[in-house]
Design a protein around this ligand. Structure first.
Ligand SMILES: [Ca+2]
Ligand SMILES: [Ca+2]
Length: 183
């Protein structure tokens, strides 16, 4: 009997050593907890103008601003809460905006129709600075209209179908500016 007891006492001591393997199953439980927060998020905002691309840097999430200047990126994975939103358009100085979606929000609006995000005209070669190189590029297409084969839509900042003094003045106002000038 004593030997039996000893054998039985010996058994439980081996059972706890098995327990750690069981503790691995609780680690699976977090997956149900992620289901309620698995709702996809969205971000929207207004940009000054149509055809500006808004993209979440380092991802495939992007959208273009419509004729009202509105863009909307939908279906953003819940794990993506802090990111850089890159706004760009050929001919304009790319702007990066740091965005943080609060964990309790499913949708975030970063700018309204009355305070659209503006981009500076003039970065023709897209090197994050507006300087003489850009002036030379626009000078080459000066006076061309949209019907011309060499017409460069990127240089037509005000999108009126002709590259003229109005566009040059817009660039001149931003001369010397870099991406750092967006605060
Ligand atoms: Ca440039
Ligand atoms: Ca123009």
């Amino acid at each position: 009997m004593d030997a039996f007891l000893e054998a039985n006492v010996g058994l439980p001591s081996s059972t706890p050593t098995l327990k750690p393997t069981i503790t691995s199953s609780p680690t699976v439980t977090p997956s149900p907890t992620s289901t309620p927060s698995a709702s996809l998020r969205s971000i929207n905002g207004y940009v000054k103008g149509e055809g500006f691309k808004a993209e979440i840097e380092g991802t495939n999430y992007s959208a273009s601003s419509d004729f009202k200047g509105l863009f909307e990126i939908n279906g953003i994975t819940p794990s993506l809460t802090e990111f850089t939103l890159k706004i760009s358009k050929p001919g304009f100085l790319t702007r990066n905006i740091n965005v943080k979606i609060p964990s309790d929000r499913l949708s975030l609006s970063i700018s309204g129709p009355n305070s659209p995000i503006g981009l500076m005209e003039g970065d023709m070669n897209n090197n994050q600075v507006i300087n003489m190189e850009d002036v030379i590029i626009i000078a080459k297409v000066f006076s061309l209209t949209s019907s011309h084969t060499l017409y460069n839509a990127a240089a037509d900042f005000n999108n009126d179908g002709i590259i003229n003094m109005s566009d040059i003045i817009m660039l001149a106002k931003n001369f010397g500016k870099t991406y750092l000038d967006y605060q």
